[in-house]
Ligand binder design. Sequence first.
Ligand code: PEP
Length: 253
Amino acid sequence: MPDRRPLVAANWKMNKTNAEAREFMDAFLPAAGELGDVDVVVCPPYTALQTVVERTREAPVRVGAQNMHEEDAGAFTGEVSAPMLLELGVEAVILGHSERRQHFAESDAALARKVPRALAAGLVPILCVGETEDEREAEETERKLRQQVQADLAAVDVGQLADVVIAYEPIWAIGTGKTATPDQAQAAIGFVRALVGDRDAGAAQAVRILYGGSVDPSNAAELLGLPDIDGALVGGASLHADRFLAIAAAAGT
Ligand code: PEP
């Protein structure tokens, strides 16, 4: 079985000015070198990307954006493209976060274009999928995950499937303090892995699948210890250097 290196990603959402990003890095970076066997990605808002890239240049921390457009340039007011991110030194991009799907009409059709575009540009796409509370109660979790994973990865070549990072984020667990139980998280992530396996068995074993949804230092070790969970996408707790460090340390053990 391939050795999947754990990955923890901080999704700062629409939080932190440049001054606040610098303050976070002052607290985070001195301990980041001690984290061990874990990839750490910080995803600030666009306005703080350059600051965080500059501050992490010598550190074992990579920088991601929270979205990108699939075209390289053009009449798309308010959008940012892969070449613009690459020029800054950004190496990853969150795609399909539920807040973008819910508030900004991000569609599976757009994601089917964005994911291969990110890969072609050399950015690591962190593709978010997950069900609403109503869908879980109606036992529609697998249907929703199947639809999102199949549609969003449809145009990704089999040879590049394992370069995608998938984040399973039950929407009812995001920012609510309601974490999925270990059984729920393992079952859903095992199912997502099997969906990748429908395309390619080797990719299913190699692809990294994260859990996201109210991860904090008190629940990280249990969730990250589950067999199919390769790390975490962290929102609220990632705004605090000490809490994000504790989660990253739990992933690296
Ligand atoms: C997220 O925004 O991806 C997330 C998981 O948020 P939180 O950790 O706050 O639930």
